[in-house]
Design a protein around this ligand. Structure first.
Ligand code: ADP
Length: 512
């Protein structure tokens, strides 16, 4: 049977989505292929259809143990023989499932990556595996946002499979660097990348507002719509859930501290629209296929743009207009810095995390189209979306060239060795001890922005960094340097424009 026919008879769809046919053709031609498609793009079909057309078994490696049963049940309902093996099963059950896989009674076998790295490997190696699908393949790269050591061992193990299966790796988030890493580690030469653009998502960044207030107003305005609110800690999830309950919103919550049953129940309440809003930590959502999520709001800044895009991308899987909103508070970034600093990662890994966090602050501070900013980060170009908060921002742009020149020359005079807070202090003419110790009060730029608050100057520096006039080294206390674009401003060949400050909006009382 041809792939197209299977699509219709087994899955009930008339046509392939972009990229699916190419991936399937590559697999059937025994070419290893990396598949990059946005969330909801239809990655699963890319290996499920070949699985039905190949003689042997398809091994699906997925870190989402909790979802394996659901995925397998869904396949079985479509009449596709599939099963899974994980630690929730007894020894006998596992043995029985391996037997069925060996005898060709199932076409797809789902396993966690750990399973390949244990004594169980010899059992797997004895199976007639023709195809291996590596789901969430970005987990293999240390440059990805969710690196898992078990994925590294996986790459070696796959090479040792005697049947030399074809490999398809799938992910929704991979920068060019991560994509290269995946391909190198898994011996892949082909890549099908349908792009990251999501035409129905409107990105928004809301800065410097009371976020409880914002959330209450938003939920009121969007009552009856399904959405996710991500908070950074379990405590915050509990607090927000309580606050929303108090205001009679239909909410439920999810975090790692809840019992298995509670998580299951709350997740189902959300999936089946018994509760409209899910308040959760980032433990919630991977693999969740709820199509009518109209908004995803982040109450605090995630650690990387990849993580943000993946979480935000859970909105609008049905293709209808949806919003992805980031409530940005500078303090959150500092807290994240602190967490990284306190973690027991090695220095190189800390530097990588700082860099990723820095991209998040650039995202929050840029005046570029937000969709475009994200696409650029993932190595793509695209037009302005016309929907994001920056595209819709009609405030007048002001010429801030002179202030920019002041900031940049101050950074120069301080020999590009300090961070934004000290630079702002020097520009504002602060009397601090550090200023005296370093004799910054002797600099010609000392106090040249005296009329402005340090906070305002720091905001300008953030803006200039986001807009590419300044660069930072991304470290724990990022050091400012003048970027090539900034040099042009100092030479007078480049002007700088910035939109004026945000107007406050009217809102409901928080009343908690
Ligand atoms: P991903 O893993 O890329 O996030 P899924 O594989 O879960 O996405 O697919 C998302 C949804 O799209 C699923 O409900 C799936 O059945 C549906 N889907 C996949 N391919 C097609 C297609 N060719 N036509 C219509 N719907 C499709």
């Amino acid at each position: 049977m041809a792939p197209q026919e299977l699509l219709k008879t087994k899955f009930g769809y008339d046509s392939f989505r972009p990229g699916q046919q190419t991936v399937i053709d590559d697999i059937l031609a025994h070419k290893n292929v990396l598949t990059i498609m946005p969330t909801g793009g239809g990655k699963s079909l890319c290996y499920q259809i070949p699985a039905l057309l190949m003689n042997g078994l398809t091994l699906v490696v997925s870190p989402l143990i909790a979802l394996m049963k659901d995925q397998v049940d869904a396949l079985n309902e479509n009449g596709i023989p599939a099963t899974f093996v994980n630690s929730s099963l007894t020894f006998d059950e596992i043995g029985d499932r391996f037997d069925r896989a060996r005898n060709g009674d199932v076409k797809l076998l789902y396993v966690s990556p750990e399973r390949l790295d244990s004594g169980a490997f010899s059992q797997l190696a004895a199976l007639p595996i023709d195809l291996v699908a590596v789901d969430e393949a970005h987990c293999i790269s240390q440059w990805g946002h969710d690196f898992r050591p078990s994925y590294l061992a996986l790459a070696q193990r796959l090479n040792q499979l005697p049947t030399k299966p074809t490999i398809v790796a799938l992910t929704a988030t991979a920068t060019p660097r991560v994509a290269d890493d995946i391909k190198e580690r898994l011996g892949i030469h082909e890549e099908v990348n349908t792009g990251f653009q999501r035409d129905n998502l409107a990105f928004k960044v809301i800065k410097d507002q009371n976020s409880d207030q914002y959330l209450l107003d938003y939920l009121k305005l969007n009552e009856g719509q399904s959405g996710i609110v991500y908070a950074s800690t379990r405590k915050e999830v509990e607090r927000l859930t309580k606050l929303f309950h108090k205001h009679q919103f239909s909410v439920t919550m999810y975090h790692g501290g809840l019992s298995r049953e509670e998580r299951r129940k709350n997740q189902d309440d959300f999936l089946y629209d018994r509760a409209f809003v899910m308040v959760a930590t980032n433990a919630f959502g991977m693999g969740i296929d709820k199509s009518n999520v109209r908004f995803v709001i982040h109450d605090s800044v995630p650690g990387s743009l990849e993580a943000y895009y993946q979480e935000a991308g859970r909105a609008g899987r049905d293709g209808l207009p949806s919003e992805a909103i980031l409530l940005y508070k500078i303090g959150d970034v500092q807290t994240q810095h602190f967490f990284i600093e306190q973690s027991d990662r090695d220095e190189a890994s800390k530097q990588r995390e700082y860099k990723k966090l820095q991209v998040m602050s650039q995202y929050a501070n840029t005046e570029q189209c937000l969709q475009q900013f994200i696409l650029n980060y993932f190595g793509e170009d695209g037009p302005k979306c016309g929907r994001c908060s920056n595209c819709l921002d009609t405030r007048e742009s002001q010429d801030v060239t002179v202030d920019t020149q002041k900031v940049l020359s101050c950074v120069y005079r301080m020999h590009e060795r300090f961070g934004k807070n000290l630079v702002a202090q020097v520009l504002a003419g602060s009397q601090g001890q550090k200023i005296k110790n370093f004799h910054f009060d002797d600099l010609s730029t000392y106090g040249i922005m005296k009329g402005q608050s340090q906070k305002k100057i720091v905001e300008l520096i953030d803006y200039l960094t986001a807009a590419g006039y300044l660069i930072t080294d991304g470290g724990q206390f990022p050091i400012l340097k003048v970027a090539p674009l900034g040099v042009a401003v100092l030479q007078g060949t480049q002007q700088v424009f910035r939109k004026s400050a945000i107007q406050a909006t009217k809102s409901l009382p928080v009343n908690d």
